[in-house]
Design a protein around this ligand. Sequence first.
Ligand code: HEC
Length: 143
Amino acid sequence: MKFKIALSALALAAAGPAVAEDFSGDAEAGAGVFLQCQTCHVVKDGEGNLLAGAAGMVGPNLYGIAGQPAGSVENFGRYSPAMMAAKDQGLVWTEENLVAYIASPNAFLADFIGDTGIRGSMPIGAPNEAAAANVAAFIASLD
Ligand code: HEC
């Protein structure tokens, strides 16, 4: 289980709670996938340390997103009505939900809310489920 060892090493390096160990993706590969997310997202901890990304502010800071209720990042005031509806309906970012959302953001939200006409404000995600699982593991490894 090579990826488990890699995840543990990353979790130790981040010295945070080991949420990442529950994620099945390859966090190292996910770091590469994150390059496609960083136009819009950073991963920045509570002390302002930049853990991934550069200056992307179109989307919310993804620090600590694993296990959190959707649409709950403080200081991000631009969530779509679709994301707010999903939050109201109890969406929590479990691994399964994160991977499905990252792979196909609009289809996931529409399906979760039960309204096929609704769209969120994240236009594209990862190219496929494997890449989504890897980037989810990467983000979780930074907690
Ligand atoms: C073009 C900009 C853009 C790109 C690229 C992008 N996102 Fe997003 N992302 C957003 C926006 C805007 C939101 C808020 C969505 C909403 O309110 O509907 C969001 C929301 C999210 C959320 C939910 C956060 C929360 O607070 O609940 C996650 C998780 C996420 N993005 C992950 C990713 C990942 C991983 C990638 C790369 C594979 C990515 N995003 C690429 C703009 C982007």
